[in-house]
Write a protein that binds this ligand. Structure first.
Ligand code: ADP
Length: 634
């Protein structure tokens, strides 16, 4: 049972094959063998490059880029790690990433005959003892080493600044040595001062040439000035040649270490910088709410990383260029020479997932390294995810809006068919009575019938008016045309539309200042005031007072409608502005409303950027009030 389970587990563990990337011409062969293995084992496949502090020649860099490309084409995930101890870095990565097989070429790391450190392969095998290591024999290597080493020689980069810096430190060390000599301080201190000088030189200069020459020069100058006989390159003491040799070795080795440390810190700060940009980008992308924002963040961060201009083509119509079209259609990268005279090149990257290309990025830079390319691809993958998320969100929102509209439509239809029937039936019923029995009816009854017909038709008219309102909504938003309007005029026009029913109430108006004006869509605000006063009449006993007032409040104008009706409970106060909400027990004249009047009032005031609220009136009734931005003379 246990054995079976162990066997089962063994078979279910996914293989992970790791191949090491290098600039060696034999590397493609190693990569291809590893890729085949990955296929056979159906394994995860990673190509690892260990970036050392050693300067890489342009030729090697080019080859490394080509090898990386091959690895990528073979389906490998490219990973770069920093460190000088290659075997250690490979073994560490392999352990943490659960690699099961490592494939390497027999590289040029031959055991050194004298100071023999373990060769790379042996070291790797000893460090990753529980991982299988496959070594691919390498015939091309020998030819390659000889050929490349010859070509590898490059003139050191010398600059005036670095030369003067080196000279300055050597002179300074000599002056300090002279002071020591004057005060009879032991000459070994002078040696230390020279070593310090060489260290500083290697820290402040760029090329290794300065570390080497200053190590030699410091020995020579020390010999010339501070050993017997003075001012000569001879030395009487038989022990001096050893002193010189050790001084040179210490100075040179210390300076080499300083150089390496410096290079390391430069590389790691470069890496940290790119990581920071990537991290910042994913944080920024998370906050993006639309495609424009995603574009801006992507452009900005990739531009910052590569320190160059970046163009993003998003819409299909915007993509005019032949290469851009090709990248968009084929969902592949491209590099293109800008002209025939220089090496200037643009890079084209699709921002895409498997199914969609969201945009094409054009990087206006003549050279970007494979490492930078990988970073850009990772960043673009992030922004593709953001596009995807945005598209899903938009589709979801659209669906939500559609559902809401559908819900609104069906509720409206239900309400209309139910609530319109009552007044229409009574109007047609009354009309029928008048037609058939007009002569038999007393004047008084006739008047009552006329009144009822009038009331019902006004009610219907108001309802239709509010329904027309809804047609002005565009995707849940109300289009308004704001202009400066005199508040007193809008109020009196709203009151004029109230019809004869208003004669049953004592309607008072209070306008703080006749010249009071506010920014509004006059037609819509008139409808709001009309709805509020109409409600006040509907839900208050006859002969009570309804007060409409307008006062300035800072930079706003507040318009209120106060009645002496039955008031609204606190629970209902929260809900009455919802569409189709009506308080059942408040039917005043036997006619039920649709529950849309206040919702429309709120939509109109919201669209004006104002606020509408409801409060209790003292001692009895309700006050509805809203505020609009005033239009005051400064
Ligand atoms: P309706 O068409 O039903 O009047 P509204 O949206 O205008 O729809 O009003 C919603 C509910 O708010 C009404 O059903 C009513 O109960 C309550 N209401 C509105 N205005 C007043 C008021 N002035 N006094 C008391 N209740 C009111």
């Amino acid at each position: 049972m246990c054995y079976n389970q162990a066997m089962k587990e063994k078979h279910t563990i996914k293989e992970h094959i790791l191949v090491c990337l290098s600039s060696s011409p034999s590397n493609p062969k190693v990569i291809k063998v590893a890729a085949q293995m990955a296929k056979v084992f159906d394994a995860d496949f990673t190509a690892l490059f260990i970036e050392t502090s050693k300067e890489i020649t342009p030729e090697n860099k080019k080859r490394l880029d080509e090898n990386t490309k091959i690895a990528k084409q073979c389906g490998a995930k490219i990973v770069t790690v920093n460190g000088d101890d290659i075997a250690y870095q490979v073994s560490q990565y392999a352990k943490t990433s659960k690699v099961t097989k490592i494939v390497i070429g027999r590289s040029g790391y031959k055991p050194n005959r004298f100071l023999a450190p373990l060769n790379f392969v042996d070291k790797l095998i000893s460090m990753a003892s529980d991982i299988e290591v496959y070594i691919i024999p390498d015939k091309v290597q020998k030819i390659y080493i000889g050929r490349v080493e010859k070509k590898q020689f490059e003139l050191p980069k010398l600059t005036w600044k670095d030369s003067l810096t080196s000279l300055g430190f050597l002179i300074l060390a000599t002056l300090v040595g002279a002071v020591f000599q004057a005060f009879n301080i032991n000459v070994s201190n002078t040696i230390m001062v020279y070593i310090l000088g060489v260290l500083l030189i290697s820290y402040f200069t760029e090329s290794k040439f300065y570390s080497l020459t200053s190590s030699i020069l410091s020995v020579l100058v020390f010999n010339f000035f501070f050993t017997e006989p003075h001012l000569s390159f001879r030395a009487y003491d038989p022990g001096y040649p050893f002193t010189f040799l050790i001084m040179f070795l210490v100075a040179f080795m210390a300076s080499s270490i300083t150089k390496k440390t410096k290079e390391y810190s430069r590389k790691s700060s470069e890496k940290a910088y790119s990581m920071e940009i990537m991290l910042e980008m994913s944080q920024m992308l998370q906050q993006c709410t639309n495609n424009e924002e995603i574009n801006a963040v992507t452009r900005q961060q990739v531009g910052r990383l590569l320190e160059c201009d970046v163009i993003l083509r998003t819409e299909n119509e915007e993509i005019q260029d032949k290469i851009e079209k090709w990248v968009f259609k084929n969902n592949k990268q491209a590099g293109h020479k800008t002209d025939n005279f220089s090496d200037a090149k643009y890079y084209y990257f699709p921002i895409s997932n498997i199914d969609n290309v969201f945009a094409v990025m054009v990087i206006l830079k003549s050279e970007i390294s494979e490492f930078e390319k990988n970073l850009v691809i990772a960043m673009l993958r992030e922004s593709a995810l953001a596009y995807e998320k945005d598209a899903i969100l938009q589709a979801k929102n659209e669906l939500l809006i559609r559902n809401k509209q559908e819900e609104l439509r069906s509720t409206l239809l239900r309400s209309i068919s139910h609530d319109l029937r009552t007044p229409l039936t009574s109007i047609s019923g009354y009309a029928d009575i008048l037609m058939k029995n007009s002569s038999k009816l007393s004047e008084e009854t006739k008047n009552k019938v006329y009144n009822d017909i009038y009331d019902d038709s006004v009610w219907l008219l108001n309802l239709v008016e509010n329904l027309l309102f809804i047609t002005r909504f565009n995707n849940n938003k109300l289009d308004i045309k704001e202009e400066s309007e005199l508040v007193s005029e809008v109020i009196s026009e709203a009151l004029a539309h109230l019809g004869i029913k208003k004669e049953n109430f004592n309607i008072e108006t209070y306008i703080e200042d006749e010249a009071l004006s506010a920014k509004m869509d006059g037609r819509l605000i008139m409808q709001v005031i009309f709805n509020l006063v109409d409600n006040a009449m509907k839900y208050s006993p006859v002969n009570t007072t309804i007060k409409v007032s307008a006062v300035s409040e800072g930079k706003y104008v507040r318009i209120s409608v106060a009645d002496e009706g039955n008031g609204i409970s606190d629970v209902n106060k929260q809900k009455i502005f919802n569409m189709f909400y009506k308080v059942n027990d408040s039917v005043a004249d036997g006619r039920r409303g649709l529950g849309i009047g206040l919702a429309l009032c709120k939509a109109v005031i919201d669209a004006h950027g104002g606020e509408i609220d409801v409060q209790d009136n003292k001692p009895k009734g309700t006050i509805f009030s809203f505020k609009l931005l005033g239009d005051f003379d400064e």
